[in-house]
Design a protein around this ligand. Structure first.
Ligand code: FAD
Length: 482
């Protein structure tokens, strides 16, 4: 069986790895991975500069989703896995130009502790009253999807949207709470609203249940696991380790796929000026590209894929001599709500979040800019973007801590055009419609961040699953012929 994989991001690489494993174990499978760029990894791109690991894209993955750590261990990278430094975890929200720590007891957007919520400077008295009264919300049956902003506003008011939901979601998805689908990105809260009415009561009940389960469960070793896991040498190590396992003849970098045709037998792929025949196809390019390529095969499928919105983002890494920076507030960094009217969406204090990735005496900052409807920022020069970040950091951290006049030892800008899928209202219905069309096209599988989770573990899971399903399908086909 010959399988084409389009896209050499982490999803396509995970699919290729799965196929290579089967091939090495004797399965009659061949694959060709087509990647447009000269390098593999897609959004995963790390560099080591002066001993500091700099991430251009993702810096870690969620520990509670096992697919990424599992793959790392399979690849012999178990010793490279490092936890986030959660003992120092504290995140600030920029509030009228000042840093205000997220109140203790905030779980998944939901305030669960009375005193920290009452004392925080993040919310006005009016919002705090609303948060207290939220406990009285009666159960409400779900009547279809709505935006994250609508759900949060109904329970806690507009200020909670502006000061909490918006910065958290633009930090995670580069997204906009007024468009993101509550059903997709906050399914637990939607369920809690149906069952308990009050999200605070729902969250407290869930927390009590989890604590009781953890007490009785044999999985207690997972208790207290760090929220994020990274690779000591950078996320690029994962890309390198997969690439080292693949058969070099099966990987074509700098080879964009320009056309796809469905034939009677399978699929014809045009790339690099030649057309080749395959039995099956794993589409792991972003959905908007998948949509363009698949439109000649199925225009409805192409339109559905093309309808998944994407946001663009920019990361700016700045490396400083710690001696030239004043004392930083404790914690991992800060998020900037849109209502603050700044270019920056977030900033991570990299040297605090993961220990051992930066040399002693260096402070590394990673600023995140862009998001929905801010495409124009991508056209700004590196110098302009770096200057903006330095100016905004000085304004937010205060010039005693961070002076825009102190030159960084190293500055690096990375642009990610339409790289992050946005799960907008109605996403799940769209994904169902897409799945129904795909089911009509034998040998086609989709993988990547557009469908069922945008994180690295989700992309790995969908890539491996796509490869496994095709191989199972082939076994059944051969079995039924024999
Ligand atoms: C700045 C940033 C920070 C992030 N931070 C985190 C984080 O900390 N943790 C986390 O879990 N996730 C994070 N994410 C999300 C996560 O990194 C991505 O969702 C994931 O890497 C996407 O993988 P993918 O394989 O689906 O897509 P991509 O990485 O986009 O790969 C798709 C590939 O397809 C290729 N391609 C496109 N067109 C063609 C064509 N015609 N022919 C051949 N190839 C083509 C592209 O060049 C690309 O390499 C972040 C994303 C970004 C952009």
């Amino acid at each position: 069986m010959r399988i084409a994989i389009i896209g050499g991001g982490i999803a396509g690489l995970a699919a290729a790895y799965e196929l290579e494993k089967a091939r090495a174990a004797g399965a009659a499978v061949e694959y060709t991975l087509f990647e447009e760029r000269p390098r593999l990894g897609g959004s995963l791109a790390s560099e080591v500069v002066g001993g500091a690991v700099l991430e251009r894209g993702p810096d870690s993955f969620l520990t509670e989703k096992p697919a990424a750590a599992e793959l790392c261990r399979e690849l012999g990278l178990g010793d490279e896995l490092i936890p986030s430094n959660d003992a120092a975890r504290k995140t600030y929200i920029v509030t009228r130009n000042r840093l205000v720590a997220l109140p203790d007891g905030l779980m998944f957007l939901i305030p669960t502790k009375l005193v920290p919520t009452a004392l925080t400077r993040l919310f006005s008295v009016r919002t705090k009253m609303r948060m207290a009264l939220e406990l009285l919300h009666p159960p409400r049956p779900s009547d279809g999807d709505e935006s994250v902003a609508a759900l949060v506003k109904r329970h806690f008011g507009q200020e909670a949207v502006d000061r909490l939901a918006d910065p958290l979601f633009s930090g995670i998805y580069g997204g906009d709470a007024t468009h993101l689908s509550a059903q997709t990105v906050l399914p637990r809260l939607v369920e809690m609203e149906t069952k308990h009415g009050s999200l605070t009561r729902g969250m407290l009940a869930a927390h009590r249940k989890m604590r009781a389960m953890a007490k009785n469960s044999s999985k207690t070793q997972n208790r207290g696991a760090a929220i994020f896991t990274a690779l000591r040498g950078g996320m690029g190590k994962l890309v390198d380790a997969i690439a080292a396992r693949l058969d070099g003849r099966s990987v074509r970098t700098a080879t964009p796929v320009s056309g796809i045709e469905k034939t009677a037998e399978g699929w014809r792929i045009a790339a690099g000026g030649v057309s080749e025949e395959f039995d099956a196809l794993i589409m792991a390019a972003p959905a908007w590209i998948a949509g363009e390529l698949l439109t000649p095969v199925d225009a409805v499928l192409g339109a559905e894929l093309g309808g998944i919105p994407y946001s663009s983002s920019i990361t700016v890494n700045l490396v400083y001599d710690e001696g030239k920076i004043g004392p930083l507030p404790e914690g991992f960094g800060f998020l900037v709500p849109a209502v603050e009217g700044r270019a920056m969406l977030a900033c991570t204090f990299v040297h605090r979040k993961f220990l051992g990735r930066t040399p002693p005496g260096k402070a590394v900052f990673r600023a995140f800019l862009g998001g929905m409807n801010r495409e124009a920022m991508l056209a700004e020069s590196d110098e302009a973007l770096i200057a903006t970040v330095r100016r905004e950091m000085a304004a937010i951290l205060g010039t005693k801590t961070f002076s825009a006049d102190v030159e960084p030892e190293h500055a690096q800008v990375s642009r990610w055009r339409r790289a992050m899928a946005q799960y907008s209202v109605g996403h799940q219905d769209r994904v169902k419609r897409i799945a129904a069309r795909v089911a009509e096209l034998p040998g086609l599988r989709l993988a990547g961040n557009a469908y069922d989770g945008i994180g690295i573990p989700d992309c790995i899971r969908t890539g491996r699953k796509a490869a496994q399903e095709l191989m199972v399908g082939e076994e059944q086909r051969v079995g039924s012929r024999e």
